[in-house]
Ligand binder design. Structure first.
Ligand code: ATP
Length: 533
């Protein structure tokens, strides 16, 4: 290891005065950062603060306009990710870079130097990976097709791939955003083990509790610049929040449960059942009623039917059995609701996966801001209304961006060019802006900074107070506890419990979420399990 001039080990990573501009946006301003070997360094900051850009520069994906990089005390040029890998740098992106149709093993081998693999038979690669898995705790089914692996395993595969290529410096961009609490614990065990083995880890996250639990030091960024770097022992979540946002942030609950504005549900689902093509029961006999002026939280470990429930209620998928009553109309499987009718009936939907279902990444922001509503009279122009009223659309988008603090305020910018949190705010602005009677919202604050979480929570409460019925699917128990007036628990495709918010705490919900569900169908309107308060 290279020794620094003062005799101690040189930083594994030293970024010196890095600046990067994209058009009018100064994404990084003279950023300097040192990370010691064998430590976990957190990188936090508001959406658009420049965290991902900085790490993309370290990984050779972008080139800095100014500044230089040292790895283990040596000045280096990183022109592309091949050079980064050769320098022992690995990166796991928010959106995985895997080929769905190939096996996990083939994904590890893909893209690596052919000469390297000619020299080693596939069998040897498998053996090496098995040793690596044993040493690190990164368990992956090597022969499974990537498309069949759950998200936590895909992430382990990405880390395994980076380590196999010799990464000693590992960059993780919001690794826990898509993980269940259990998967997060497993990941943290792995990261601690890697740290013990001397791996240096750079961790971008919005979850300050995770920073406190795992990191040795943390850097706060705001508007492209470093606000401060501090050892973890000298800071607290509140202190970090204030440094990030420039004010105190309150993510707690604002008062008790709201009373619905009517006992008449605006949406009532009965006996919803859905099976996969392979006959697996994804939803079984789900009963649900949403009344105006209430937020119903759906708690559950991801993958227990929440996504399918949202898809069915939003009209994206017909159930195999069951019915739904929405805004005075009845729907049955053969004539199920479709997304356009859903919008006409004032049902809005913020999907869980914003890239897949919420936006078209190649569209400019002003088109994303109207997506799904683009046939409304207000957005149409020309004699037959066949053209888009672009002037109105752009003006409307500018208003949404102002209202939801979407940064940068540039309606012409491609949707893919916004940071993840700002993409999310744009989708929420579009859906909430319709003043819906029912809002189905999945993971509303995934990848969103804490200042924006506070803002989004307040907007959802305002919408509820204005009479909207909201179904909130969230993998964050804190979010459900902060927002919901009533909570249902989903487990193995069934609603296995219903609690008033007064009955809820992390422990009761956690127990219901983890319980083995009673296989007997839950009778209509009667929850299968009630928590004792
Ligand atoms: N390819 C690009 N073209 C134009 N602007 C970009 C590009 N990539 C990033 N930006 C802009 O640079 C700024 C910093 O973005 P970056 O993704 O680094 O932020 P971040 O701190 O990682 O945010 P988040 O927490 O939301 O992921 C943002 O204003 C973003 O819109």
């Amino acid at each position: 290891m290279t020794e620094s001039s003062r005799g101690g080990p040189a930083p594994a990573v030293r970024l010196c005065d890095i600046s990067k501009r994209f058009g009018a946006v100064q994404a990084n301003r003279s950023v300097s950062l040192s990370v010691m070997p064998g430590t976990v360094h957190g990188l936090v900051g508001e959406n658009g603060a420049g965290k991902s850009t900085l790490m993309a520069i370290l990984y050779g994906y972008y080139h800095a306009d100014e500044g230089h990089i040292e790895i283990n005390g040596q000045a280096v040029q990183i022109a592309n990710s091949h050079q980064a890998i050769a320098l022992g740098i690995g990166m796991v992106h928010q959106h995985f870079m895997l080929v769905d149709t190939l096996s996990a093993l083939d994904n590890v081998m893909l893209g690596a130097e052919p000469a390297f693999f000619l020299a080693r038979a596939k069998r040897q690669v498998r053996k090496d990976l098995e040793t690596l898995m044993r040493d690190t705790g990164l368990h992956v089914r090597l022969d499974a097709t990537v498309a069949d692996l759950p998200v936590g395993e895909l992430q382990r595969l990405e880390i395994l791939k980076a380590l196999y290529r010799g990464a000693r410096i590992l960059i993780l961009d919001e690794p826990t955003a898509v993980l269940t609490p259990q998967e997060t614990d497993q990941l943290f065990d792995v990261l601690r083990r890697l740290r013990e083995r001397g791996t240096t880890i750079l961790l971008i996250t919005h979850k300050l509790r995770e920073v406190m639990a795992l990191c040795d030091a943390v850097t706060v960024m705001r508007a492209g610049a470093v606000v401060k770097t501090t050892p973890i022992g000298d800071t607290s979540p509140e202190d970090l929040a204030e440094s990030m946002v420039g004010r105190k942030v309150n993510l707690g609950r604002a008062g008790g449960a709201a009373q619905p504005q009517s006992d008449q549900p605006v949406l009532r689902a009965e006996g919803l059942s859905v099976a996969s093509g392979a006959g697996v029961h994804l939803l079984t006999n789900v009963q649900l009623a949403l009344r105006p002026g209430e937020i119903v939280g759906v708690a559950g470990v991801s993958g227990n039917g929440q996504s399918e429930l949202l898809e069915v209620l939003a009209g994206m998928r017909a159930p195999d059995a069951g019915s739904m009553h929405l805004a005075g109309r009845d729907f049955r499987p053969a004539t199920w609701l479709d997304p356009r009718t859903a919008r006409d009936l004032k049902l809005a939907h913020v999907p869980e996966d914003r890239h897949l279902l919420g936006m078209v990444l190649s569209f400019p922001a002003w088109e994303t801001a109207a997506l799904g509503y683009h046939e409304q009279d207000q957005y149409c122009a020309g004699p037959l209304g066949l053209a888009m009223n672009q002037r109105h659309l752009r003006a409307q988008t500018a208003r949404m961006m102002e209202d939801f603090d979407v940064r940068p305020r540039n309606a012409e910018l491609g949707s893919s060019k916004f940071s993840g949190g700002n993409q999310q705010k744009l989708i929420l602005a579009r859906e909430i802006g319709q003043q819906p009677a029912v809002l189905l919202v999945g993971q509303p604050t995934r990848g969103v900074d804490i200042g924006a979480i506070e803002f989004i929570h307040n907007r959802l409460r305002q919408l509820r107070d204005a009479g909207c019925a909201i179904l909130l699917v969230s993998s964050e128990l804190d979010e459900i506890l902060a927002l919901a007036d009533r909570v249902v628990v989903m487990n193995a495709g069934r609603i296995t419990g219903e609690l008033s918010i007064e009955q809820c705490n992390e422990k009761t919900l956690g127990l219901l979420m983890a319980a083995t569900p009673d296989r007997a169908d839950t009778p209509s309107g009667a929850p299968a399990a009630k928590a004792s308060s």
